[in-house]
Design a protein around this ligand. Structure first.
Ligand code: ADP
Length: 401
């Protein structure tokens, strides 16, 4: 935290997110270090009543061993601390391969760790060819745990590769979050939620609202208010304190966003706001925050993670139908519902096949809660006491006296 501004500046220059968000990421990232430093004191085992009077049953928790971590570019600091802090708290040493787009933020964390007195060899960083490093780790039986945040495609490859040495794996993969607004929702609260969920990090988070389902009775009012708020967003250089939307990470990301917009337009979608590149900022991949209506389920934007500032708005009539559409995806990371009705909140969240459900909350991620997905969005959890279990083995000790 003492180096917060300096690390945040590196993050913004390297990754593009606005300084305010970069500072937020450092604070969020540091919260895992504080939380797991406390939790390290509570790695409790168990004693279990034995069936025989001359026996005692103990259950111990031990560190899994050497941990290898592969992290993405969208949260270059927090995705490292979210893995390293619980690993260290559990008693493991860690080797980290940061994303090739954002190695410098990672190295700033390395410096901070050294300054903080972490002994040499406990936290290690490797940069270079991802597949080569990954392969070396997969083959090495000394690596007992692989923890990864990134695409579903690479996650599957790493899971397959871990089988040969039967490593423990944690995978935080892609998402395709539905954001459902019921007719009784507080509309201003829903707009606030969708703005933060959709446009945080320029739409480049795995929990970003990707499909916005709005009840038909409030659709027009929702779109009008959503456009009005979106128009206010300031796009540009992240180092400018006014900026709220930076550039996309690279050309491939830009092309994906463009192709999603084009495909939606070809299939009958209507641009309510935005829709193009920001020409005056042409030396970066700046795209206007975009809202599209008239969206149908066959559009690319409804089937893949966009990872950009494009918001498809889809109307619905029936609760059963919207639940089915929300679940109709191989992904299961985060879902959001906005309603003031307790019955709707509980019954719908029960039935959403997602690891995280935000009820009237567009920003649910915190250090003490388990973050993670089901289905093809991943395996394992990060955060909270669940997050530390990922780095522990259970040892059963049977004592005969
Ligand atoms: P994204 O599309 O978000 O860049 P990736 O899954 O490609 O997601 O990248 C996430 C992380 O996985 C990065 O650190 C990247 O270098 C790493 N990575 C990519 N391919 C491989 C691979 N074959 N083996 C190991 N790591 C990989």
């Amino acid at each position: 935290m003492d180096n917060k501004t300096e690390i945040a500046e590196t993050l913004t220059l390297e990754q593009g997110k606005p300084m305010k968000e970069a500072l937020g990421e450092i604070t969020y990232g540091a919260s895992f270090v504080t939380w797991y430093a406390e939790e390290a004191k509570r790695i409790y085992g168990e004693t279990i009543p034995a069936s025989a009077v001359n026996k005692r049953i103990l259950v111990l928790k031990q560190p899994v061993g050497v941990v290898c971590a592969i992290t993405p570019w969208n949260f270059p600091a927090a995705m490292i601390t979210r893995k390293v802090a619980p690993a260290l708290a559990a008693g493991c040493t860690v080797v980290i391969k940061p994303a090739e787009q954002t190695p410098l933020t990672a190295l700033k964390l390395a410096e901070a760790a050294e300054k903080a007195g972490i002994p040499k060899g406990v936290i290690n960083f490797v940069t270079g060819d991802a597949a080569e490093i990954g392969d070396a780790w997969l083959k090495d039986s000394r690596v007992r745990k692989l923890t990864f945040t990134g695409s579903t495609e690479v996650g599957k490859l790493l899971m397959r590769g871990s089988a040969d040495t039967v490593k423990k794996v944690s995978l935080e993969l892609g998402g395709h979050a539905p954001f459902i607004v019921f007719p009784d929702a507080d509309l201003d609260e829903a707009i606030e939620g969708v703005m933060v969920s959709k446009f945080r990090n320029n739409g480049q988070t795995c929990v970003c609202a990707n499909r916005i389902y709005v009840h038909e009775s409030i659709l027009d009012e929702f779109v009008e208010k959503f456009c009005a708020e979106t128009k206010k967003l300031v796009i540009g250089d992240g180092l400018n304190p006014e900026t709220q939307i930076g550039p996309l990470i690279d050309e491939a990301a830009f092309k994906k966003v463009e192709s999603h917009i084009e495909d939606a337009l070809l299939k009958g979608g209507k641009i309510e706001y935005g829709g193009g590149r920001v020409i005056e900022l042409h030396d970066g991949y700046f795209v206007q925050p975009t809202i599209i209506s008239g969206v149908t389920e066959d559009m690319k934007i409804m089937q893949e993670e966009t990872f950009g500032p494009v918001a498809p708005v889809i109307s619905f009539q029936d609760v059963e139908d919207v639940i089915e559409r929300a679940n109709n995806t191989p992904y299961g990371l985060a879902a959001y519902i906005f309603t003031r009705d307790l019955q709707t909140a509980i019954t719908v969240s029960d039935r959403l096949e997602y690891g995280i459900v935000g009820i009237n909350d567009g920003l649910p991620s915190v250090a003490q809660a388990p973050f993670g997905g089901i289905k093809e969005s991943g395996i394992g959890r990060e955060g909270g006491h669940h997050g530390i279990e990922e780095f522990l083995e259970v040892k059963y000790v049977s004592i005969k006296i």
